[in-house]
Design a protein around this ligand. Structure first.
Ligand SMILES: [Zn+2]
Length: 676
């Protein structure tokens, strides 16, 4: 019996033959694909000819094609249509793939060939795109420790292993602390203010724990509404302090020593690799290019948002005193009074607009937008194999009538699908022997499916979600890059959200909404004042929110720009990093760093600024469209050519300048969020 994963596919556009793939095909196929990839790498390193860009860098980029195909099918299915068996396969295969990619990065012969090319790169007459690919490869090896001498390499390996253990432990402690705390309420009066459904969940939680009454926890769905609605100030204080002192109790789950150890090991790695600090190491290939630009950016935003935050703070103070609150506003009062004021000012909720956004109409309108802006046409196809009958497939044609991409849409929730929404691909674009390989792009989401009486209807939030993922999909589908590793969405992390967040802006544009949004029963057009109310509500307390995010970013940058090993009190360090953005009384019993998993668990170290950076970028880009007429073809062409088609073929700032004619400024963002 053959293994369909390893055969060549006679399906339309060589799309994955889902109907003949079985779970037990994956492991043998991955083993064989790794063997093939290793053989390709061996041919590169044992090539008797001196290294050239083609015989080494390009050959490496083209190696492992089958492996890439198979693993993308495996992991995409594991997210969108999984089962216990498939999950087990994915878990067993993951470490095999990690080992294989480590083997490449630590391949000394491969690195020495790439280094030889890198050293003479200025004499090779490379195109900008080729330079970018070379830079990216070289950097991966360098940051993987390939350039170190034998002793340093041993130490480097030791640090990497220790860091991965420490960051895991860090997350584990936070998780344990989150799960351990409970607020047990036995008297009905202590539920004052809580909405019925929250009370109900509290009762269910108590039953689960064999307790009388109600239990509230530090999990978001319990914690957030409790802080917003509970009228019992002392209980809010208790909850807030518990949440904000997780892993900060001087016990076995305290993360203080882990923070110290993690930042010091990160610093040691950075110095070993020739950088001044960890942030400099991480930010080298970002749009921001280095810590200085990040800090300047944060400072600039801070000058505006801080005043706006103080104003928001005073508003809440005034509002609260009208409620008879005569004490200071403490951290545990903020969400409570904010929610009340928001309700008083903008009584709107996300559900109200649902009847106006039927999924079919929305999809058609988004395709229509892509046609108006970028000339794309979408033709539904029933010939392309799918992994579930609910998945639809589309042939996407560009202005010249050429096939640009295949798009899969998998939009409804199922058992076996992860929550949320995402864009992914089954094959990425590249140009091989003058032939453009058509990308296979997919959007997966969890929108309510149609019923016997109703079509699938989206909330306003879900409308922006679909626009967001469609923006990522455009980036993947329109790509015109030669090399896969820098094609489509394979760009710097602080640049990748530009197309997606850019697309979200359309949800607020009357011209576009009027073209499709109508009540599914009555056909009545969407009342634009409702959209305006959502827009106003989204700018509510933006100054406060921005100031808070800047605080997190300052803290992130402070930890990751240290140039000497850290050896003092964590809370003091944090206090001084947060001092400028702090609006409340400081409390010694709470600490942010010890539960900041973005920084010390996941991969946002020295990257937290990226959230705000991306917002500034998309506001500035959309502003260009607004200034020139929303559907201005010239502006849309610039965006398509320099952003959507260009992937990572040039430095992000260069691409942006080519599109916009200048570097991004924060003006449009300030205006949109009402900070100025
Ligand atoms: Zn995104």
């Amino acid at each position: 019996m053959g293994n369909p994963l390893l055969e060549s596919w006679s399906t339309p556009y060589e799309t994955p033959p889902f109907q003949s793939i079985e779970i037990n095909h994956f492991r043998p196929a991955i083993d064989e694909a790794i063997r093939l990839a290793k053989e390709e790498i061996r041919q590169i390193t044992e090539n008797p000819n001196p290294p050239t860009f083609e015989n080494t860098v390009v050959a490496l980029d083209n190696s492992g094609e089958k492996l890439g195909q198979i693993s993308s099918i495996l992991f995409n299915l594991n997210s969108a249509e999984t089962s216990r068996e498939l999950m087990a396969e994915a878990q067993a295969i993951s470490p095999i793939l990690t080992r294989f990619s480590n083997d490449i990065t630590l391949n000394v012969n491969l690195f020495s060939r790439i280094r030889e090319i890198y050293i003479s790169k200025d004499t090779l007459g490379l195109t900008r795109e080729q330079e970018m690919l070379l830079e990216k490869r070289y950097r991966t090896f360098l940051l993987g420790g390939a350039g170190l001498n034998i002793n340093d390499r041993l130490r480097f390996r030791e640090i990497s292993e220790e860091l991965s253990k420490l960051t895991l432990k860090f997350e584990e402690n936070v998780l344990d602390e989150t799960n351990t705390f409970e607020l047990h309420i036995t008297e009905y009066q202590n539920l004052a203010g809580l909405p019925e459904d929250i009370v109900e969940t509290g009762a269910e939680e108590a039953v689960k724990r064999n307790k009388e009454g109600w239990v509230f926890t530090l999990q978001f769905p319990s914690y957030v509404p409790f802080m917003q609605y509970s009228e019992k100030r002392e209980l809010r204080e208790k909850m807030f302090k518990a949440y904000n002192s997780r892993a900060f109790h001087k016990d076995s789950r305290d993360n203080r020593s882990l923070v110290t150890r993690i930042v010091n090991l990160r610093l040691e790695t950075a110095i070993m690799l020739g950088f001044k600090n960890f942030a400099e190491m991480v930010l080298g290939d970002r749009m921001a290019e280095g810590p200085d630009k990040v800090v300047t950016f944060l400072e600039e935003l801070f000058t505006y948002s801080h005043n706006a935050a103080l104003k928001d703070f005073r508003n809440i103070e005034d509002f609260a005193s009208g409620f008879g609150h005569n004490d200071k506003i403490e951290k545990w009062d903020w969400a409570y009074f904010s929610e009340k004021l928001k309700k008083a000012r903008h009584n709107i909720d996300d559900e109200i607009l649902r009847p106006y956004f039927s999924l079919d109409k929305v999809t058609e309108a988004i395709f229509g937008l892509a046609f108006r802006l970028f000339g794309l046409k979408f033709m539904t196809s029933d010939k392309i194999p799918v992994y579930h009958t609910e998945v639809t497939t589309w042939e996407v044609f560009n202005e010249n009538g050429n096939l640009a991409a295949i798009l899969y849409l998998d939009l409804h929730p199922r058992k076996g699908k992860n929550g949320g929404a995402w864009m992914t691909s089954f094959r990425e674009e590249k140009i091989l022997n003058n032939n453009r390989i058509i990308p296979l792009v997919s959007i997966v989401s969890n929108f309510a499916r149609p019923s016997a009486t109703k079509p699938s209807l989206l909330t306003f939030n879900e409308l922006t979600t679909l626009l967001h993922e469609f923006g990522h999909a455009l980036h993947g589908m329109l790509s015109q890059c030669t090399y896969e590793s820098i094609a489509g969405t394979n760009v710097a992390r602080d640049f990748v959200e530009l197309p997606s967040q850019f697309m979200e802006n359309w949800a607020f544009e009357k011209d576009w909404l009027d073209s499709f949004a109508a009540h599914y029963k009555t056909g009545e057009k969407i009342p634009f004042e409702m959209v305006q109310r959502i827009k106003d509500a989204s700018a509510f307390n933006e100054g406060y929110a921005c100031n808070r995010q800047l605080g997190f970013s300052f803290l992130d940058m402070a930890w990751h720009t240290i140039t000497e090993p850290f050896g003092s009190e964590i809370n003091n360090f944090e206090k001084s990093a947060l001092a400028r953005t702090e609006l409340f009384q400081w409390s010694e019993s709470m600490n942010m760093s010890c539960s900041f998993t973005h920084l010390f668990g996941g991969g946002y170290a020295a990257g937290y600024y990226g959230y705000k950076w991306a917002e500034v970028l998309d506001a500035d880009a959309f502003q260009f469209f607004k200034e020139s007429g929303l559907f201005n073809k010239e502006v849309a062409d610039l965006f398509r050519r320099h952003i959507l088609e260009s992937g990572g073929s040039d430095k992000p700032m260069n691409l942006y300048r080519k599109f916009r004619g200048k570097e991004p400024s924060i003006e449009a963002f300030l205006e949109r969020s009402g900070l100025k």
